[in-house]
Design a binder for this molecule. Structure first.
Ligand SMILES: Cc1cc2nc3c(=O)[nH]c(=O)nc-3n(C[C@H](O)[C@H](O)[C@H](O)COP(=O)(O)O)c2cc1C
Length: 388
């Protein structure tokens, strides 16, 4: 079974991640991970931080001569910006702490206030350094290792943006292969497949920038190639839909997840919603629609898995909202610092990584083994219909 941990502050020396349970014999290089890290750093509306950080994950353990060993894989990503923060983020006490201004004006919508009370921090910096989504760089790196694993079995995870600040794109993904979705997403500044809507989305981001405001949006994560029966109906914590939804909501600023038609399923008659089964000579049966989004009874049903994930607008706002200075108890504008205006395209890539990480355990539960050789054998001997 897979376990992972990340550590590191946003402006600390580095981010570290440990992935435990990856089977032995998977070919893995730092370049495999770099591809996804680069994708996470792109997107119109990101802050200048992305120009400073050119994320590279170094593999520190768990790989020898290009193949995983079955032992824990340790990754490290250096924070290039740390050189500018050595005093503010010093591990050892400073001789004169009064030189560092304490942050005491919490941002509505961020972890600042609840975090300061929970951990009894007088300086909100102690909260925001870890609450920051900089941590998602390591999730993307760990997810890239899982992508390499699933790729061996022909399982792919891609994503695309379908809404920015209320500007909804045509969802063209249904008519495209996952390779086409990936290529078109990678070549778009907003990871959007619909060029006309992309222009309107950019205009909306420009409007937010001009107003010193922020925007959220909606993206879709697509999983293709997962065999039937990953996940289970027998217990709630084994349901694939629940596992994937938790993974999406574990990402900073994600507020809703829909599977297939999601919330819209509630508006239809059962006979309109459910995907009919038709006989098919090659695959025994086929579904003409995929409203279920690839999951029935908490298990993959062999169709494309589709997750629609909603991200709220970011809470660091250039024109700060009303807040209270915790030191004085007086009304005061919330703190503001360098921040993204819109991070939905980056969040897409984080969503892919979380889907990849979350699928590992249900997949290994069904086909697991200590080595890639063993997993291949389990997949090959997996039975189909019991009547065949
Ligand atoms: C890829 C990504 C980038 C983000 N960048 C910012 C940012 O620059 N400024 C900001 O205020 N929030 C940013 N966020 C969102 C905050 O991290 C998040 O709102 C905060 O941790 C509070 O968590 P919550 O929104 O889930 O309540 C980002 C989130 C993601 C996924």
């Amino acid at each position: 079974m897979i376990k992972y941990l990340t550590a590191g502050e946003s402006h600390g020396k580095c981010l570290t991640g440990i992935l435990e349970g990856m089977p032995a014999g998977l070919a893995l290089s730092e370049e495999d991970i770099a591809i996804d890290l680069r994708r996470r750093q792109q997107g119109y509306g990101r802050s200048d931080r992305m120009k400073i950080e050119q994320d590279i994950a170094h593999i520190l353990s768990g790989v020898r001569h290009g193949k995983t060993l079955g032992s824990p894989i340790t990754l490290q990503i250096e924070n290039k910006d740390w050189v500018n923060w050595q005093d503010k983020m010093s591990i050892t006490p400073l001789t004169d702490e009064s030189r560092i201004e304490k942050l005491t004006r919490p941002r509505p919508g961020h972890a600042d206030l609840a975090g300061a009370i929970k951990y009894q921090h007088e300086d909100i910096r102690n909260v925001i350094e870890r609450a920051s989504a900089r941590e998602t760089a390591m999730r993307v790196a760990l997810g890239a290792v899982c992508r390499k694993f699933f790729g061996v079995f022909g399982i792919q995870v891609v994503s695309h943006v379908i809404n920015i600040g209320g500007v909804e794109a045509k969802n063209l993904a249904a008519d495209l292969s996952v390779d086409e979705i990936s290529a078109r997403g990678n070549s778009s500044g907003l990871r959007c497949l619909d060029c006309d809507s992309e222009v309107a989305m950019i205009a909306k981001i420009d409007q937010a920038m001009a107003n010193k405001d922020t925007l959220g949006g909606i993206f879709e994560v697509i999983i293709e190639g997962l065999p039937v029966g990953v996940g289970s109906y027998v217990h709630g914590d084994r349901r694939l839909d629940g596992i994937l939804a938790q993974a999406m909501l574990s990402i900073h600023a994600m507020k809703a997840v829909g599977i297939g038609l999601g919330e819209n399923s509630a508006h239809l008659f059962g006979s309109e919603l459910h995907d009919r089964l038709l006989p098919n000579h090659e695959t025994t049966m086929k579904r003409p629609t995929n409203n279920a989004g690839g999951i029935e009874g908490g298990m993959s049903n062999g169709e494309r898995i589709r997750l629609r994930v909603a991200m709220k607008p970011l809470s660091t706002i250039g024109k700060p909202m009303d807040s209270v200075d915790l030191k004085t108890g007086k009304s005061s504008p919330a703190l503001s610092e360098r921040s993204d205006v819109c991070a939905v395209p980056a969040a897409c890539v984080v969503g892919e990584a979380m889907a990849l990480l979350a699928m590992m355990n249900p997949f290994l539960e069904k086909y697991g083994g200590d080595s890639m050789v063993e997993i291949h054998a389990h997949l090959k001997s997996s039975p189909g219909l019991p009547w065949a």
